[in-house]
Write a protein that binds this ligand. Sequence first.
Ligand code: PGA
Length: 261
Amino acid sequence: MNFTNKNPFIAGNWKMFKTIPEAVDMVQKLHEASVGMDGAQFVVIPPFTALSEVARALQESPIQIGAQNMHWEEQGAFTGEVAAPMLKDVGCTFVVLGHSERRQFFGETSETVNKKIKAAFAHGLVPIMCIGESLEERKNGNTITKVQTQITEGLEELDAEKICQIIFAYEPIWAIGTGLTATPDQAQEVHGFIRSSLAEKHGNTVASCAIILYGGSVKPENTYSLLKEKDINGALVGGASLKADSFAEIAREAIKAYEEK
Ligand code: PGA
């Protein structure tokens, strides 16, 4: 399946929320709400426990499914972990890797992100790779250095053909779950940097096809102005993706912004 930055890409990261009935109810409502919104690519990213039932509920829907994390090994004695073939098995197309909450609370590093990206490709999953700076790093003027380091280390040993298929999510840590959003200018600055850095290291084709999402307190009210920016191709939404109506509204705003870009 091909994903493109010609249409907005809207992914909802549910984090550690929703039981199976709640998850199924949400995607049924989202499916109804998204009918006719062909201009957007939708992805829901439920907790592991709900993946199977969400996949069943979305069988007839263009809405795709992703997981929030995985281990890099194919199988083994890794209590509490989930492997790429298991995610494929349950109907996932995408996997989020390197989310700042994983980096902050669960010891994720760029090295493990790199291993996981390779494992995702080996099993036909599309990685959504998260990067972003802390408030302190931003205040110290280290945003670009931090993002550059995460990209370089996370993409080690990957060729242009693979990098082309990665979905990047720029998520300033200070904007996640805080209600603080990067301004469109702040976000565009980093997105523009990511694209030009990809061009410099991996060529113009990689840069022009890259899908670069913004994440961090995205809601219906700020989607349009963010998505109007040249290098912002979509959103990775946390809190506002938990309800079908706000998630669908974000997609609607994104489509409008894209039409007017
Ligand atoms: P938020 O989360 O939209 O609730 O800030 C975004 C994310 O963590 O992906």
